[in-house]
Design a protein around this ligand. Sequence first.
Ligand code: ZN
Length: 309
Amino acid sequence: MFSVREVVTSRGTLQYREEHLTGLRCRISPDRLKRQIDQTLYLPSNAGGCPFCRDAVFSVTPTFPEGNRIIRGESVTFPNLFPFGEGHVVTVITREHAVMAFSRKQIVDALLAQVDALRQADGYASINWNFLPSAGASLVHPHMQGLSDSCPSPIVDCYFSASEQFRREQGRNYWDAVIEAEKSSDRYLFGDEMLWSAHAVPIGEREVRGLLPISTIDEMENYVDLAARGILEIISLYRKLGTFAFNMSMFFDKTGCNHGFRAFCSMISRINPNPSSTSDSAFMERLHLEPVILTLPEDLGKFYKKERN
Ligand SMILES: [Zn+2]
């Protein structure tokens, strides 16, 4: 499913990895972990002026055309005031402004609200989450963002055409083949119906993917609980490794389309928010589009299994 080219240098071994299906590439340099650039978690404590806190959320955020917001449990969902998608919705996950430990109900309610809002938009849907400012969140108050566009984003488009080509050439579904390979690899983490494993060619640090047996947002409702459990397990794995910030995206095909695609949830860990603004994204990630990764996916799988036992 992927290739590895190893280059031995006088200061450690480098890996160049490429995913055959998509051509996506990364470099893995485990020795760079020794630099220990990890930052101690720093959070500004001031919640003043937050538009997602309860005293503001019902007055400063927009409503859907019918004049409503979606309320589910603690979560509140509404259109983004500054959209970058044709359908762009925000779900404030919690009543509390700064939350470090989420309950399953909080995640389930937020995901169900996103599914509810995105089903109505009828495009290529994704559910996304930037957690903490170093992961791109402009507000500390935890919130998910749903996107629905008439064109899929490039990575999704790439998986669509590659999945279709694989089905045409091999006569079977690509994602079944991935599940089969991942199950017996060192990258496997947990789960069966929704299988979670460290992605073989990570596009971000410690990328983990949860593979769903469905393809569209219309089918998601029954899998929300399973997805929430998995997301919480990965957050807990990242915490054991000292990182609090992360990005999450869950990708779906459009209802009525059949690209031979399966929906999946991808999560990557990000550097902790820190006073010196040290970043984990540099020219390789932003301009070359070939991320430099420190953790070998197989090492992440082994770490998870060791911690669990
Ligand atoms: Zn707030």
